[in-house]
Design a protein around this ligand. Sequence first.
Ligand SMILES: Nc1ncnc2c1ncn2[C@@H]1O[C@H](COP(=O)(O)OP(=O)(O)OP(=O)(O)O)[C@@H](O)[C@H]1O
Length: 223
Amino acid sequence: MTGLRPLVLCGPSGVGKSTLIKKLFEEFPNRFGFSISPDTTRQIRSGERDGYSYHFVTRDEFLKLVNQGKFLEYAEFSGNLYGTTVSAVEAVSSSGNGHRRAILDIDSQGVKLIKKNHPYLNPVYVFVSPPCYNALRERLEGRRTDSEDAIQRRLRMAIHELAYARQPNSFDFVIVNDDLNRAYEMLRKIVLDSMEDLQSDQVPAVDAQEQHARNQIDSQPPA
Ligand SMILES: Nc1ncnc2c1ncn2[C@@H]1O[C@H](COP(=O)(O)OP(=O)(O)OP(=O)(O)O)[C@@H](O)[C@H]1O
């Protein structure tokens, strides 16, 4: 692999990953791998354009790519498939005379797959954490893109994402997205490779709301 190390951005749904990436792309329109548009089978949202944030494909098309071994990672989330092809990452990293950085927005399943199957990509792993569990609910509700059911599913998934991020050495950096500008400054330093004086945040400890949500999952009978 030539060029800059890819940046893997992970974090629970609603924590603000897309918001941070959008700010980065606005400030540096040519510096990053905009062309990394993961494929997804989810419905296009109003204001989205195909080929920008995502390539919107049918389930059949997606599964064909899976069978062809095209994906670096893929995962099913809230009934929709999301995946990033190996070639999309390599194309960005080797474009722009090695000055472009590929940015991947993936979940912890994807992080584990890259670590296991594609360690040669050698990404910088960054976890974006909420300041507390309730902030996720508020943000998901405030975004007004999901049904209550979908919000519940996303919140349940968040438990696993947070648990993985609390494991030692799972990420190179943690950014707590409490104040958006502060979080953005941290991300900016990481992507610009000026990390010498950058201190990683820590994923906050399990609070009462998160513990309550964990208990609810534990008390549910296995599916
Ligand atoms: N620091 C912040 N403080 C308050 N609200 C925020 C902050 N950062 C983002 N938000 C808001 O939270 C909502 C969710 O953000 P966003 O869609 O970027 O999350 P995401 O992590 O990309 O979620 P998904 O993984 O589902 O795409 C948005 O309405 C966004 O404006």
